[in-house]
Design a protein around this ligand. Structure first.
Ligand code: CTP
Length: 399
């Protein structure tokens, strides 16, 4: 980060108050930050605040009436190593998609030769709106890096996706961008995520509480570093827009096996984060099972172990990573899986750790490697953990 030149665009969103913290983090790490604010950003945070934290004047208009100078948007666009827009409002997003150059930030965006990264912030329904989706897709198609918004309570009181990522997470993404660049360019990766559903009848299934967040975060991080990723997912509410991620959706363990095996031999990095069912009903009833007074038993048979199948076929150039979710004798069970399934690394989450496991945005894991190394990661967001895991995996890819 030392000496990196960053333009931070701030737009009209309540999340603008977090931009001051983001500037502090970037400046403290040695970056040179110039802030540009759109007219409506000034309704949420003052240029004075941003000027004090960035230690430079803030650009708001083409012309500075105080000293009669003008902000040269072409020079600014050429100066920067990165244009980061955080928060990105729905309005500026739509201007970026159409090239509507009605303020200084848009002029800098259109002149910028450097990579562009955005951290959207908007309300739940605005984020889901088809126009927002189209605009984001267009930006992504043209190489803009999107730091996906987080889910949580929004300023409106609604709860869902749309909240700008925390400044610390945005900072880590920027840092990783400068440190790692496209270090995995040319590498093919396979990631599995989410639960599997095993049908009992056309209506019911056996499933589990996995949301897919960890696997999606790993896939996004691999793609951000230049890897071509196939992401095989069981039923989840998540989606990805990264052009380097091919998302294959499946339902059952058998379908996940078939989809993964189609790609396995072509991939160097394989991260199996899915919570695959270990058992399935022996027969799925063709018709809906009707309620009766008597008890009902469903006979279960084992599913195919995808990770073990991969471990037995793995070639020397492949790095295979499994996950283990344990509730007791965590270390012994994880090490057993590492050896039995012939893995390079196993990522252990313990359900006994607060903030770890299904549904949480955070995770706390220990990674055991086949060379005996043990890496412990304290509680952190799944996106941050994805950066750490991809660092670890990338190192073993080079060996
Ligand atoms: N896994 C898999 N196919 C299965 C079951 C699990 O590929 N049918 C993978 C998971 O994606 C995960 C790892 O194996 O990476 C560990 O899964 P887990 O269910 O914890 O391991 P098991 O060996 O099935 O042990 P147990 O359920 O008894 O803990």
């Amino acid at each position: 980060m030392q000496g990196k030149k960053i333009i931070l665009g701030v737009t009209g969103s309540i999340a603008a108050y977090k931009s001051a913290t983001l500037v502090r983090l970037l400046v403290k790490a040695g970056a040179e930050v110039r802030v540009i604010m759109t007219p409506s950003a000034k309704d949420f945070i003052t240029p004075l605040t941003m000027s004090v934290v960035s230690k430079h004047p803030v650009g708001c208009d083409y012309f500075n009436p105080a000293d009669g100078t003008w902000n040269n948007h072409v020079d600014l666009g050429c100066w920067a190593d990165l244009l980061l827009i955080a928060p990105l409002s729905a309005s500026t997003l739509s201007k970026m998609a159409t090239g509507n150059c009605d303020n200084l930030l848009m002029a800098v965006y259109l002149s910028a030769r450097c990579p562009v990264m955005v951290a959207p912030a908007m309300d739940l329904d605005m984020w889901k709106h088809f126009t927002t989706r189209q605009n984001i897709d267009l930006l992504v198609k043209h190489g803009v890096r999107v730091i996906q918004p987080a889910a949580g309570e929004l300023a409106s009181g609604l709860v869902g996706e749309g909240r700008m990522e925390e400044p610390e997470t945005i900072f880590n993404t920027v840092n990783s961008f400068f440190v790692n660049g496209l270090s995995l360019s040319g590498v093919k990766a396979l990631v599995s995520a989410g639960p599997t559903y095993e049908a009992i009848d056309p209506v019911r299934y056996i499933g589990n509480r996995s949301t897919g967040k960890m696997g999606f975060a790993v896939a996004e991080e691999l793609a951000a570093r230049g890897a071509q990723v196939v992401l095989v997912t069981g039923p989840t509410a998540l989606h990805t827009q990264h052009p380097a991620i091919k998302n294959v959706t499946v339902e059952s363990a058998q379908q996940m096996h078939d989809a993964c095996m189609q790609h396995f031999t072509h991939c160097q990095l394989i991260v199996m984060a899915a919570a695959v069912a270990d058992y399935k009903p022996e027969y799925a009833a063709e018709q809906k099972i009707k309620k009766k007074d008597a008890a009902l038993s469903v006979h279960l048979t084992p599913t195919i172990d995808i990770l073990a199948a991969m471990g037995s076929q793995k070639s020397a150039g492949q790095v295979l990573i499994g996950f283990a979710l344990e509730t007791e004798q965590e270390k012994e069970h994880a090490l057993g899986k590492l050896q039995r399934k012939n893995l390079d690394h196993i990522v252990l989450n313990s359900l006994n750790d607060p903030g770890a496991g299904f549904g949480f945005d955070t995770n706390k894991v220990t990674v055991f490697s086949k060379d005996g190394a043990v890496a412990e990661f304290s509680t952190r967001t799944k996106k941050e953990l994805a950066v750490d895991l991809v660092d670890l995996i990338s190192r073993s890819n080079k060996k």
